[in-house]
Write a protein that binds this ligand. Sequence first.
Ligand code: GLC
Length: 614
Amino acid sequence: MTTGPLSTPPSEARNRPENPWWVDAVIYQVYPRSFADADGDGMGDLAGVMQQLPYLEQLGVDAIWLSPFYVSPQRDGGYDVADYRDVDPLFGTLEDAEALLEAAHGAGLRVIVDLVPNHTSSAHPWFTEALAADPATEAGRAARDRYMFRPGQGPGGAQPPNNWQSTFGGPAWTRTVDPHGTPGDWYLHLFDSSQPDLNWDNPGVRDEFEDILRFWLDRGVDGFRVDVAHGLVKAEGLPDHGIRPGMITDSGEDVSGHAEENPGDHAHPVPYHDQEGVHAVYRDWNQVLAEYSHEPVMVAEAWVSPLERLFRYVRPGEMHQAFNFTFLLAGWDAVRLSDAITVSLEEAGKVGAPNTWVLSNHDTVRHASRFGLSDPTRYPNGLGAEDEQPDEALGWRRARAAAMIELGLPGSAYLYQGDELGLPEHTTLDDSLRQDPTFVRTAGAEKGRDGCRVPMPWHAEAPGFGFTLGTDEGYDAGPAAGTATAPWLPQPESFGAYAADRQVDVEGSTFELYRELLGVRGELDLGTGAFAWSGLHSPELGVLAFTVTTGGGQHGHDLDSGERVPEQVVLVLANLGETAVDVPEDDAAAIFSHHEALQDGQLMPDSAAWFLKR
Ligand code: GLC
C-alpha cells in the first residue's frame, strides 16, 4: 500500500553498469509439478509454465529457476534423474523446454535449470548397468566405479560399510544382489535408496556433467541451480559419522553438524559434506560457463555453516551465487535476522560476491506458516494436522513484512512460487497422500515437504483452484470446469482466498505489494545499492532498520545518456517487536506492508515499511 507518490529517477540507471545480470536479479522458483497444468492430468507441466509467463512478467521478476523436469521415476519429486538430457513425459518434451526457453527470453525472463550431480536415479542407465554387471569382471568394476559401491562389514558382509545415515532417515547404504542371486556389495545414497551417489573421483563422471552443462547451455539456458553442491566429494576412506545429516532440521544454524562436534574446526568436517575437493569441480564448471557469452550463472545449494564456509563456493572462479540459508533459518526474529544480514554482508564482501536472500523453497515449510507458529524461529520438517497449527493471519502479516526486508536488501533475491500470493503451507494434508520419501523413511516422525509443494491456486472459483488451466489463455479465461483430473496433491480450502485471480490488479493484495516492491527495487537499483544499518536499528527491541543508497557519487550515471542520477536513499523499517514504533517524519513517500501497518504515525508490530528519502 502506497501513501504519497514514490518518485523514482527518470532513467534505467545502473549503479555499476558493468555488473552481470544476476548480481541483483530477482529469481522466481517454479516447481514444475505444482505450478500450472496445461494438459489436464493433474500434474504441472512446461506448457503450463509457458502459459503463465505473462503472470511472471506482470510480477516483474528477472528470471525463473525451474526445479527438475528431466526424465525421472519421481521418487523424490524429480531430484532423482534418469536422463539429464530429456524432459519427463509428465512435463512435456524437449521441444517444450526449448519453446519455453524461447518464450521466456522473448518476455525478458532468464531461465535457470536445476542440475543434480550428487546422485542419479536408480533408474539411470549407468546404475542399471552397474547393478546388472558382474563385479568380478573388469567391465563390471568399471560400471560400478561410477557410483559408491563398497563391500559390507562383518560376517558375510552383512553390515553396511559404515554408519552413515541418509538425510531422509534410515541408513545411507543399501545392499545389492549380485547377478548370480547372492547378496553383494552395498551402494551409498545420502538421500533415498532410489538416489545412488555418484563417484566424483571418476573422470568419466566429471566429463559427463561438463557435457550436460554444455547440452543445456547450447540451448540457451542462463544458468544452473546446483543441487547438494556440498555433497559430491566424500572423505578418503569414508570414515564413520553416525549423525544424520540435517538438510532440514530444527537445530538452528549449524545444519552440517560441524559446530556440535568440532566447534570452529573445519579440518574435520562431516565426511560427506563440504569437502575441499568439491571446489575443484566448480572451478572446472566455471570454465565451461565462461565459454558462453550470455553470462550464465551457477548457484549453489550448499547446507554448510558457518557462512564463511558458504562463501567459499562463490570465490572468484567458482560459483556465482549460493543460497543464503542463514537468512532463511533466522525466522521472524530481529536479533537473528540482524546478525544474519550483518555476517552475510561481511562474508560476501570478503570474496567480492553478491548476496542472495531467500525465505522459502520446495524443501521448507512456507514462511507464511513458519512465522505464524508460537515460536517463529522454528524450522520443522513439515507440519501435520496433529501439530501446532500456525496463526494464519499473523503469518500472512509477517510474511508480507519479511518480503519488504528481503527485497530491500542489496544482492539477488529468490522467491518461491506462491510467496507473491502470501500462500501458506498445507498443514493438514492427509498422511495417506504424502509422497516425500522423508515421511516413509522416518516412519512418519517427520511429515516432510509435501505441504509446501501443493499446486498453485490460480482461480478461486474453479475446480482445483484452476491449477489445470484448461485453455490457452491461462486463468483469466477461466477453467475448463469438470474436465480436469484433480491436482496431484489436494489444496486446502483456504487457498481460494489466495488465488491469483483474487490478487492480480487488486489493490492491497500481496501480489500487488510484491509487484510494487519489485518495481521500485528495479527503478532505484536497490539490488546494487549501498547498505547501512540506520540509527533507528535496535534489534533487541525488535526493530530492524537499514538504508540502501543508490545513484549519486561516482557510480550513479545513466547508462544511455551518461548523465548523473541523483542520490536516492530508501529506509527499510521493520517492526518484529511487540510495541508500535515511531516512523520518521521527514519522509515523503512510503510503502507499507499492509493496510493497518501505519496507525497514528506509528508502525505496528509485525509490519514493515519502505521510506524514500530524497
Ligand atoms: C536438494 C533438493 C531436495 C532434494 C535433495 C536431494 O536438497 O532441494 O528437494 O530432495 O536435494 O536431491
